[in-house]
Design a protein. Sequence first.
Length: 554
Amino acid sequence: MGDALNFIEHIVEEDIRTDKNDGRVLTRFPPEPNGYLHIGHAKSICLNFGLAEKYGGLTNLRFDDTNPAAEETEYVESIKEDIQWLGFDWEDREFYASDYFDQLYEFAEQLIRDRLAYVDDSTSEEIAALKGTPTKPGTHSPYRERSVEENLKLFREMRDGIHEEGTKSLRAKVDMASPNMLMRDPIIYRVKKVPHHRTGDKWNIYPMYDFAHGQSDSIEKITHSICTLEFENHRPLYDWFIEKLGIFPSRQIEFARLNLSYTIMSKRRLLILVNEGYVTGWDDPRMPTISGLRRRGYTPESIRDFATRVGIAKRNNVIDLSLLEFSGRSHLNKIANRAMVVLDPIKLVITNYPEGQKEELPAINNPEDETAGSRMLPFGRELFIERTDFMEDAPKKFYRLSPGRNVRLKHAYIIHCEGFVADSNGFVQEVHCTYYPETKSGQDKSGIKSKGTLHWVACDKARDVKVRLYDRLFNEENPLAHEGKDFIEFLNPESLKVIEHAKMEPNIPTEEVGAKYQFLRTGYFTIDKDSASETLVFNRTVTLKDSWKKIQNK
């Protein structure tokens, strides 16, 4: 972790030292509103807003809404909610590329007047063929030398809806022999007769992302335009536009995007999962979306901690998902109230506990938080314990219940297993024990030994709850790395298990949606929005320990 500067911070500090841009630091987060944000975007949000906070600057939120066919207001609102949930505020600096459509159009006409852009009648297939290959120069379009007057006339006709989609485009006149394919007369405007979610039917043409993105940075006078590495080859084109238009020179800096194991970071593919019903929606707790992580129970603090631990690199690499789980687990341990929940119940009868006798035993809500207080646990003759906590013929290192062995019941007494009752098929129905009254938790001076501690719930006070056990959505570290195979093939069939009737203690501190709990010995859970007054629904955020690698190595 440490205090060492990353390479972007070195650049920013040098710019401040030399008074570049008058020492200003203005970053931006520029999402396309064509889907929900994922954990990779969270890293970028933390970087952009974090840099501005560190160096006394500001961050703009700008929606690069240049493709109305894929954009929706729903996505805009979800993005704003996610950024605020992470703890960042863009104040009054909410902008849209569509705010600049008039200015971008004027830039395009300026390029035409300067003989640096032309209207091309070629089809998309013809344009692709004329571009050549990385080792072979492209060929000039037959429309490249149209006059300024003709280009202006045709471009205005495109704007006015006279020409149909696919029949004309506006291309920048750059260099058809450039080794960078993006510099070979890129398309900067196309006809697209689709209503825009903000501008309605005003426009029949829309700027390409590569034309709108850099110029929007310049219009806003962004000092440090931070992008992921896939935009490194785009930078020469952005710089070319800045030079030819004579506008503010925003500096683009690229860093490695977040690649996470057992996960996909493609909004297009995530949309497939949603639309084809492999998940319940963008906020399905198995999704790597920020809304999915939030619903699963991750906290903003844990996501920001994860972003810090991942760091900022210049080269792409893959981060193990267990690091995200570690960050989630570390913060939840500090804030989550403890609760006793039995997932697979079997009845335990304390045969020497007086019938009809009841008592309540104190339990601390969170040993990591002195302000969390305590609660009372009802205790009686009949309890539920986990079925896996009893074994008829147990090995020596099985520190749970087996005939002839002692264990402690958490917050209660030490018990001794006397035997069990099984049905005709040998299936255990009840475990019978005796207890040592002198071993009450907090008062035990008996010297009686036990090697294990079990959680439990009193049968007569147990509350039925639904528990969703979420696991990794994919069972392959890189679902996209297998040529000829669809990533859908690697979906983990065990990514969700539902327990309809888990048994929970009755006196939990709160039942609010989003409340976090550590189920003793089981994992960290959060109350889901599907909870109803009669049935609480809990989502498992993460297990108590990283057990995935152990499972994989078996």
